[in-house]
Design a protein around this ligand. Sequence first.
Ligand code: PEP
Ligand code: MN
Length: 338
Amino acid sequence: MIVEMRTHATQREIDGVVERAKSLNLGVQLNLGTDKTVVAILGSNTGQLSTDVFAVLPGVERVARIMKPYKLASREFKPKDTIVSVDGVDIGGKRIVIMAGPCAVESEKQLMDAARVIKKAGASVLRGGAFKPRTSPFSFQGLEKAGLELLIKARKQTGLPVITEVVEPRAVPLVAKCADILQVGARNMQNYALLTKIGKSRHPVVLKRGFSCTVTEWLTAADYLLAEGNSQVILCERGIRTFEDSTRFSLDIGSIPVLKRFTHLPVIVDPSHAAGHYSYVPALAKAAIAAGADGLLIEVHPNPKEALVDGLQSLTPSDFSRLMRELRPVAESVGRHI
Ligand code: PEP
Ligand code: MN
């Protein structure tokens, strides 16, 4: 951490910064310029320290962070890639993992049809929301417990592990009992009570990016899961809010190589919620794999025209099968396979 003093700050003010650093067991290195003094604060945990600790002191102009605020998610902490294994499916290895299924579990027939279709096309995890965090309280909120039971049934019939969203801390034990992977939705990325509860459960979890959050904030949220002892964390890029409104969200493809550089955690991409329209999904899915994603989370509905949620961005069974065929050479071109 670098503390820049105001021009002509007094010796007393500089001493104040040094004393505060010492009281926190941190080292200091003084850089005395002609007009300005800069104090470097040294210590292994300065990334986790609030800059306010120094910014509030008299004579301080600015405090800049050098260390990242996240720690456990960082590559410095763990240089080797994390592979999350779920029921024989490795996420973060050479093979690209495709998770697919409807936005929401709507009925037994809808879910079973979707499960069969995605399995046949080569997907290895079934998605389906039982609890839906909808923008409006008047929209379909999911089948809840009945939806979880249908997911268990679909897993039994197809052998596919299932991923479903959990929206509140109290529901974590129940959802963890029913699903192989928990999903934290974009709207809950910074719901720290939920993250702490999921961290304690040590259940595999997909942490979606909040749509107005930076990569640094996202990795700091991942630290909440890791700090509780849950090492089975997968990140999911799903697009962010920008001024552009021709897609539902702007898919931040650039975050994939950035994450690969700064974190050891596997990264998957949800092209469906970014696109908002089925016709854009294949291109975004291919771009994600080309950029280094370890997997995809795609919405597929047996009959999107009848979908209760997100029908416009859902692929039909035949569109999904075609996309799976088209993804294979893209994966091979970057040294991966599906
Ligand atoms: C979802 O995947 O069902 C979902 C609601 O996505 P997001 O949290 O990314 O909006
Ligand atoms: Mn959806």
